[in-house]
Design a protein around this ligand. Structure first.
Ligand SMILES: *Cc1c(COP(=O)(O)O)cnc(C)c1O
Length: 444
């Protein structure tokens, strides 16, 4: 029961920090009120210094001031209370919440909209990139402004608050686009919206027959766990099926308050996932990541994605080589529960979507054997079947002995590598647009 004692220690430490924060001992009621937390978020350097009991050198302070003018800061008192003031400069909470003057170093490779989200947007707020699902930005507000935000260009941008009309246009787009069966509510943070407003959006989406699932991406369990109120849970329980993805990056973020929020969500029957971002100086360490995924699974959260840090502006100091991520996956696979291992992805710059990257386990193969290696370096052979009967697929499901009754032709649409592999398609290669060699053939 080591965990128990660790947790109660944190509680004691937190309570003393809370009292510091309020300079009073009647803190609890306010402290656990999420609206109070948002209202008292720390948005300027002086207040931050005061709350943490530190002082930045004047020159640095001027630069920090410039940085937050460009990229605003907002930290909930709760999240700030998790910073260990004694060694703040190396603190993973501090680094995610407090600006670094390095944010002003714009790297040559930095992009304003690295994922092409604005380009793949049929209507304001919707990014439709994958065949069967859309990203729906329904809120521009966040409880805490993550310094590593991929949408940093929009942080604190009041012009971007989606109006009810805009949301309705997004809903209309989903209603008339029958291929959409999965809607990801994101932002900003959807849980920064009032319960009734979110309830309205969820109800509208639920009434669309082809929408099978709704996902919510929120960081509130990490930075504002008090947002997970009983009322919110009651409302969410009326909508099924909802999946929630949260965003823990470091085991230090998993404390009694966030554990309680996760418990409430899990108890209400909502499947929980976690998306972490690989960040230099925060979690670029195999041991930290292993501890994080173990603590997550203990709290019924399944690690879903580990993201390579995007090429957004002002993030160059957070980026690691891709090799670091592969090393982390190498340190997890085989070493801990399989379902605790996230898929490591690079979100393709320019808007190609998430590309999984992982160690190579397939070493070689012949016409009847494949050579594989495991996490320990054991090399093994898998003998392939001699008489595998290939089901030649002619996209004629009604006459196929695999007995799949297709509901819509969309399900068998062939694109990309799937098209190259298909029996029913003659396509033998994919060629980039404007390939010179092919263009020359057309001229001849
Ligand atoms: C991440 C993302 C999705 C969802 O991808 P999954 O792999 O299904 O989780 C959908 N649309 C966009 C634009 C995304 O960035």
């Amino acid at each position: 029961m080591k965990l128990q004692s660790e947790n109660s220690l944190t509680v004691v430490k937190n309570i003393s920090k809370i009292t510091n924060f309020l300079n009073s001992s009647i803190a609890e009621d306010f402290w656990t009120d999420w609206k109070w937390q948002v209202k008292h978020s720390i948005r300027d350097i002086e207040t931050f210094e005061k709350k943490l009991g530190i002082k930045f050198p004047l020159e640095e302070k001027i630069k920090l001031q410039k940085t937050i003018e460009q990229f605003p800061m907002s930290i909930t008192p709760y999240y700030l209370s998790l910073i260990e003031a004694e060694n703040y400069s190396n603190d993973p909470i501090f680094r995610q919440a407090f600006p670094s003057i390095e944010e002003m170093n714009i790297d040559q490779s930095d992009l304003l909209d690295p994922l092409g989200e604005d380009k793949d947007s049929p209507v304001t707020g919707i990014t439709h990139r994958y065949p069967d699902r859309v990203l729906f930005h329904i809120s521009n507000r966040c409880a805490m402004y993550c310094r590593h935000c991929t949408r940093k260009r929009k942080v604190g941008d009041v012009d971007f608050i989606p109006t009810k009309e805009e949301i309705m246009k997004g809903i209309e787009y989903i209603r008339k686009t029958h291929v959409v069966r999965d809607v990801l509510l994101s932002g900003g943070d959807p849980f920064m919206l009032p319960d009734e407003y979110l309830d309205w959006i969820l109800t509208e989406l639920e009434n669309i027959p082809h929408v099978e699932i709704i996902r919510i991406g929120t960081r509130t369990p990490v930075v504002l766990p008090f947002r997970i109120t009983d009322d919110l849970i009651k409302m969410l329980k009326r909508h099924k099926p909802i999946w929630i993805n949260t965003h823990f990056n470091h085991p230090r973020e998993i404390v009694p308050e966030s554990i309680e929020a996760l418990n409430k969500l899990a108890d209400s029957g909502i499947p929980l996932g976690n998306q972490s971002v690989l960040l230099a100086g925060v979690n670029d360490c195999t041991h930290i990541m292993k501890k994080l995924v173990r603590k997550l699974t203990q709290n019924r959260v399944r690690p879903y994605y580990l993201y390579q840090c995007d090429l957004s502006i002002g993030l160059s100091h957070f980026r690691t080589p891709v090799g670091k991520g592969i090393e982390i996956i190498e340190g997890l696979r085989g070493h801990t529960s399989g379902f605790a291992i996230p898929t490591y992805v690079v979100d393709a710059p320019g808007g190609g979507g998430k590309i999984p990257v992982m160690p190579n386990y397939l070493i070689s193969w012949s016409n009847n054997k494949v050579i594989l290696r495991n996490f320990e370096g054991v090399i093994t052979t898998y003998k392939e079947p001699d008489n595998y009967e290939h089901n030649n697929c002619a996209l004629d499901c009604d006459n196929c002995n695999l007995y799949l009754k297709m509901e819509s032709p969309e399900e068998v649409k062939l694109v990309g590598i799937k098209k190259l592999l298909a029996d029913s398609d003659n396509c033998i290669s994919l060629t980039p647009d404007g390939n010179e060699r092919i263009e020359k053939r057309k001229d001849e």
